[in-house]
Design a binder for this molecule. Structure first.
Ligand SMILES: *Cc1c(COP(=O)(O)O)cnc(C)c1O
Length: 391
């Protein structure tokens, strides 16, 4: 099955859908059993898609989990109440006191904060590595290195990693490889074919796709699925049936949304690239994006999220640019159907081993499903305000 067919079909088995198109919302804390024998029977299947206790999910959850596991190409998927919970829950499921973690320097900022503000107190040490390190990651692996964490492209600065090479070396040293695969979504890369053991998604973004649900998921290969499933259960991680329903509904249009948003984003990015105010574009499909060659090799498509790096500008000019936009809204959580813009300052403070030139302002754009001509007009007017504020 091709991806677009999978997106529409997966998780719609009759056991989940009961014969309607969308697997219905089964809200439950308590599951009722006919008799002791039935309870005993359900207990045997409680980890494998049989309803047993609310926290283990209902058919609404199983439909979504089945679909994502198969789309990502893993053995099973655990659901979490946010992308951040998926990251913390997965790290806590595999790290113990005394372990060492290798973390990519361009990681999502809350993941870095987790390492520095919580994991340190549990006796887990973190070393950051350059996203473009490739095979040189070998030199950073210590006898107690347990997990190598990747995120590709990186948050904000968008460096693309050589995922297969890093995973290969990590495995040679017995490490587990975790990838924050949110940008690719479950359809634009093949994490398990690249050697990833556990692929994490902020489902909040493109899976949900409508900016109205927080959710995360972690999909593991056969080697690590049971440990992930068991430990995330111990940590009490679960999501509501209503949210699972909305995520499944969002998933059904993931293919067309991503294709259209990627197309719109390319048009906008190409227009921006020609502007004299722009230093360069950080979009994985552009040669100016560090690691672009790995995007060309490992991804089958893009999406609406990219950054543009401007030439030095005053804060007044940047405010004039961003304030009073018509279509672009000022907001953080991307992956919905709408366009967003952010000025991200202080990047140099959330990087330890890579250099960021603080004199170059970075604007992160998320391109939605609006007509790109309207978005380009909006940006053209923003540049006019920018120049009036910075003569
Ligand atoms: C948004 C995001 C997260 C966190 O997801 P939440 O659901 O907001 O907690 C994690 N990783 C990446 C790459 C993200 O963009």
């Amino acid at each position: 099955m091709k991806k677009n067919t999978q997106i529409v079909s997966l998780g719609r088995d009759k056991q989940f859908s009961q014969g309607v198109v969308n697997p219905p919302v089964f809200r439950a804390s308590s599951i009722i059993f006919d008799d002791l024998a039935a309870m005993h029977q359900a207990s045997k299947g409680k980890c494998d898609g049989q309803m047993f206790y609310g926290r283990r999910g209902t058919t609404t959850h199983f439909a979504l989990q089945t679909a994502i596991a198969e789309l990502e190409g893993g053995a099973g998927t655990a659901l979490f109440p946010s992308g951040t919970a998926a990251i913390s829950g997965t790290l806590l499921s595999f790290l113990r006191a005394g372990d060492h973690l290798l973390m990519v320097d361009s990681v999502y900022e809350p993941t870095r904060d987790l390492c520095e503000q919580l994991l340190t107190g549990f006796g887990i040490t973190t070393t950051y590595y350059d996203p473009l390190i490739g095979a040189d990651i070998a030199a950073l692996i210590q006898p107690n290195t347990k997990v190598v964490f990747l995120e590709s492209p990186g948050s904000i600065t968008m460096e693309i990693q050589d995922v297969p090479t890093i995973c290969d070396i990590a495995h040679q040293h017995g490490c587990i490889t975790l990838l924050d695969n949110t940008w690719a979504s479950p359809i634009n890369s093949r994490p398990f074919a690249m050697g990833v053991d556990i692929s994490i998604q902020a489902a909040t973004k493109y899976i949900v796709g409508h900016s109205d649900v927080m959710m995360g998921c972690a999909t593991a290969n056969a080697k690590y699925w049971r440990q992930l499933q068991h430990n995330s259960y111990l940590l009490g991680q679960c999501v509501s049936a209503d949210d699972a329903y909305l995520a499944t509904r969002g998933l059904r249009t993931l293919g067309v949304r991503l294709a259209q948003q990627a197309n719109n984003a390319l048009q906008v990015a190409r227009w921006l690239e020609q502007r004299p105010e722009v230093d360069h574009i950080r979009h994985p499909a552009f040669a100016t994006c560090p690691g672009h060659e790995f995007f060309a090799r490992d991804f089958s498509g893009a999406n609406g999220l990219f950054s543009m790096v401007l030439k030095p500008a005053t804060p007044q000019a940047l405010s004039a640019f961003i304030d009073n936009m018509t279509h672009f809204k000022l907001g953080f959580s991307w992956g919905g159907f709408e366009s967003l813009i952010l000025w991200i300052s202080g990047i140099e403070k959330i990087r330890s081993v890579t250099h960021w030139d603080a004199s170059l302002p970075l604007l992160r754009l998320h391109i939605g499903l609006e007509d790109p001509a309207d978005l380009i007009d909006d940006l053209a007017r923003a540049f006019e305000r920018f120049h009036l504020a910075q003569p």
